[in-house]
Design a protein around this ligand. Structure first.
Ligand code: FPP
Length: 244
């Protein structure tokens, strides 16, 4: 049994965990380094986390790597982030095949370089038969943008006469989001001390438990994940019902 499996033995494991990986820039600046140094360290943590969450028994793992609002950052920072994504997705291809991980890049493809889109398509295609962890990386993702894209898809179906207004349901909307077919997150972790969702999965987080920690993403490790899972176990999820 892996170390993390021992540590979470007997606990209720959230099926889907989503993470806002905040605090990379501050972590780097605290050490007198440029912000981009923090992103590189953060990318290594993501790399390690894939195996850790999988060993913990988590089935779906979704991370926020780049939001539709992050384009406002300096050209240099954006460029470093995209170089990191290109390198990381290549590495992930190999790692996912070794660990039976199925990968999806969620968000809008609009505005992404063709080379990156090619890597994304290859990664999704190559890993689509894998049956272990489902790993979603949100790149150029915005929750409101996702809802707009979902509404547009539904409108096209409506105009084509494939559906009627009565067919529009919560389920139909879910089926047109980027996480179609996946359960909503049970636990959302945000590192770096801020307590907001920053346009991350607003549709899917309706009943999710939130865990906020001051730990910056580059310092997030197996023991921090265990703490979040323990905290999740102390929560009572009623989904709008009453205590029985
Ligand atoms: C937030 O920290 C982090 C990001 C905007 C980028 C997240 C990217 C990574 C963790 C690295 C690459 C990821 C992959 C999947 C390869 P921040 O810069 O806002 O930190 P701050 O709040 O301290 O400024």
């Amino acid at each position: 049994m892996s170390e993390i499996a021992e540590k979470v033995k007997g606990l209720n494991i959230p099926k889907h965990v989503a993470v806002i990986m905040d605090g990379n820039g501050r972590w780097a600046q605290e050490q007198g380094q440029p912000r981009t140094y923090g992103h590189a360290a953060g990318a290594e943590v993501v790399e390690n986390m894939v195996e850790i969450v999988s060993d913990a028994g988590i089935e779906f793992f979704t991370v926020y790597a780049f939001s539709t609002e992050n384009w406002k950052r300096s050209e240099e920072e954006v460029s470093v982030l995209f170089s990191l994504f290109a390198v990381y997705l290549q590495k992930l291809m190999k790692k996912s095949m070794e660990n039976n991980v199925r990968c999806f890049i969620i968000g809008s493809r609009e505005g992404l370089d063709k080379e990156l889109i090619d890597v994304i398509n290859e990664l999704e295609e190559k890993t689509k038969e894998n049956t272990g962890l489902t790993f979603n990386i949100a790149i150029n993702y915005g929750g409101r943008d996702e809802i707009v894209r979902a509404v547009k898809k539904i409108a096209v179906d409506l105009i084509a006469g494939n559906i009627t207004p009565e067919d529009i349901s919560e389920n139909l909307i879910s089926e047109n989001t980027d996480t179609a077919g996946m359960p909503d997150p049970d636990l959302m972790i945000r590192t770096g001390g801020e307590e907001r969702i920053s346009n991350f999965l607003p549709w899917q987080l309706a009943y999710t438990e939130f865990y906020f920690t001051d730990v910056n993403w580059p310092d997030f490790d197996e023991d921090e994940l265990v703490k979040a899972i323990k905290k999740f176990n102390g929560r009572e999820r009623r989904f709008g019902g009453v205590i029985k």
